[in-house]
Design a binder for this molecule. Structure first.
Ligand code: TRP
Ligand code: SF4
Length: 333
């Protein structure tokens, strides 16, 4: 990578537009993207078509959610001078490649994908027995291959999709000649962040702390967070190993604070209120530069749209070059 004559390895990753992002999204993906942009040629996109595979019936919030999410990307430090940021549906080449790949993807490969089986069992409020939802990983494959990405930074849950991408790339290459490299998953160490109720932090559980929350909101949310349930009174010793507040300390606090809480909780020297105040300080320290950058973008409301416009234009050129090779390899026009 230090060899300037070689092109930097290219990475690509997408996020479905769920709206404003929370600490779990930051720790799980976003802060990693920000680090990677200095080392890789980075492409990051809003997976709005992927959102439609499950949330097709009500798209009233889609555009607002895209905007809020990308504002959080920029606030968190993704830099449009370094990374290409774009919207999937703005690059129709993803759809063209998805169509072609769908012809060569055996149904069995898709039915076996673990996320598919889980979703069929768990999602009850929407009907996902659709053609489009079964094809979700084929669309993701097209997203990755249309940029010939070398690496795909994702969490554990997405690894089967990257594996499928490799299999589809191999199958395409075996029929039509070698067009696609086989990408690698760049596994993001994803600490599973608990929300204020102790369950996994998630928008749908109403337990999330958002990157856009003001300091007072962060303080107040953490003040009501659940703790070690066995520690009922101030003088009861606690067990940080079973406390979701301590899980957040491990991600956001420095080693001294983590050490102190780990000791003084067990001896009841520190109370939960003080412990949570220390955590709030650490979280607010993490969020401070993010808030400052958000202010800059809020002063120029057209800026987010411009960033996406420029990124989409650049992505389109790269994707079109690949599609030229694909059409030729398959002997389409
Ligand atoms: N499926 C991914 C998720 O739910 C989002 C995604 C879509 C993606 N296309 C991608 C991630 C391509 C990496 C590469 O998180
Ligand atoms: Fe949890 Fe901190 Fe209370 Fe211990 S002191 S139980 S780690 S909140």
């Amino acid at each position: 990578m230090s060899d300037p004559t070689q092109r930097r390895s290219r990475i690509l990753s997408g996020m479905r537009p769920t709206g404003k992002l929370h600490l779990g999204n930051l720790a799980g993906a976003l802060s990693n993207w920000v680090k990677l942009q200095d080392h890789y040629e980075s492409f990051h996109f809003v997976a709005d078509w992927h959102m439609l595979t499950t949330d097709y019936a009500d798209t009233s919030e889609l555009q607002a959610n895209i905007r809020e999410m990308v504002t959080d990307w920029l606030a968190a430090g993704l830099d449009p001078e370094k990374a290409t940021l774009f919207v999937q549906s703005g690059v129709v080449q993803h759809a063209e490649l998805h169509l072609i790949l769908s012809m060569i993807t055996p149904l069995g490969w898709l039915e076996r994908v673990p996320t598919y089986k889980e979703a069929l069992e768990n999602i009850r409020d929407r009907d996902i027995h659709t053609y489009g939802f079964l094809g979700y990983p084929v669309l993701q494959t097209a997203d990755i291959l249309v940029y010939k990405a070398d690496g795909v930074p994702v969490g554990e849950d997405q690894v089967p999709h990257v594996e499928l991408t490799r299999e589809i790339a191999r199958r395409f290459n075996s029929f039509y000649g070698r067009v696609f490299p086989e990408p690698q998953a760049l596994l993001t160490p994803t600490p599973r962040l608990p929300g204020t109720d102790g369950r996994k932090m998630s928008k749908s559980y109403n337990n999330a702390i958002y990157l856009s929350d003001a300091p007072e909101v962060v303080n107040q949310k953490l003040a009501t967070m659940v703790t070690d349930p066995a520690r009922k009174r101030r003088y009861d010793p606690g067990n940080p190993d079973v406390c979701p507040v301590f899980d957040l300390h491990k991600v956001f606090s420095g080693p001294e604070v983590i050490d102190r809480v780990n000791r003084e909780c067990r001896t009841a020297e520190i109370g939960c209120l003080d412990c949570k105040r220390l955590l709030a300080d650490a979280v607010n320290r993490t969020l401070y530069p993010i808030r400052e950058r958000r202010k800059l973008y809020e002063q120029e409301p057209q800026r987010v749209g411009e960033v996406l416009e420029q990124g989409t234009e650049k992505a389109r050129q790269v994707a079109e070059t690949t599609m030229g090779e694909v059409r030729k390899a398959v002997r389409l026009r």
